[in-house]
Every structure is written in structure tokens, then in C-alpha cells.
Design a protein. Structure first.
Length: 130
């Protein structure tokens, strides 16, 4: 049922999955678990948001079935360029800049529910739910 390409999911998408949002779950099924990627920034944000040890352990377990995309030197260079261009003009937040840089540096689409946080970034491909 899934596609043949990796889609980078923003933290908000994963949070909605945990909230049992039926629409998000349907879209993620369409993408296919084997094609869902998350940035190490998203991993950190999910860990930070865990309310207890049980929830943290569940997040760790779930992440084992996803593609974790590391921050490499190309991502860092892209991140610095993005922040230079958009931090003042668009108030781009650090985590959003790193997630966008991860998508751009790895030439993959970003699936986010916060289009407004990313739509202005040149070179970023946003996933369009079809």
C-alpha cells in the first residue's frame, strides 16, 4: 500500500498519530511505514514531550520501525544557509530550520501540518496529500 520514496514527517504529524487522528493515520498508512522518516530533531522533540517513562519507552519502541535521518555536514550547511536567509524575515525556529534542512539535504519531501512554518523556504518540497 505504501509508496517507494521516503517522506520526512514533521513532529506535529507524529504527535497527531499518537492522538489517534484518523486522517493522519490514513495518510501515514498510504505513505507506508517503511517509507516514513523522521529527523533526529523530531526524535528529540518527541522525547522531550514524553510525560512519563512508559510513554518515553513506547516512543522509543515505535521509532525503531521508522527511518531516522541523521544530521550530517550537508544538513548542517543547509541549516546555516536557511537560518541566515529566514530567521529575521520569517522568524524561523531552530527545530523547524533543522527539519527543513534535513529534507532539503536529503532531497525528500516534508509532511507537515504547519505549512505556514515552511512554505517560504526555497528548495523545500512539501508533501501533498493526494
Amino acid at each position: 500500500m505504501g509508496q517507494d520514496k521516503i517522506i520526512l514527517c514533521d513532529t506535529d504529524v507524529i504527535i497527531e498519530f499518537y492522538r489517534n487522528n484518523a486522517n493522519i493515520i490514513s495518510i501515514l498508512k498510504k505513505i507506508g511505514q517503511e517509507n516514513i522518516g523522521v529527523s533526529t530533531i523530531t526524535v528529540g522533540e518527541l522525547f522531550y514531550g514524553a510525560i512519563n517513562k512508559k510513554e518515553l519507552n513506547q516512543i522509543k519502541k515505535d521509532l525503531k520501525s521508522l527511518i531516522i535521518i541523521d544530521i550530517d555536514s550537508k544538513t548542517c550547511d543547509t541549516f546555516i544557509d536557511i537560518m541566515d536567509r529566514y530567521v529575521l524575515s520569517h522568524n524561523l525556529a531552530l527545530p523547524d530550520g533543522l527539519i527543513a534542512a534535513t529534507a532539503i539535504a536529503n532531497d525528500i519531501e516534508l509532511y507537515t501540518l504547519n505549512i505556514k512554518d515552511y512554505r517560504f523556504i526555497d528548495g523545500l518540497k512539501l508533501y501533498k496529500k493526494s
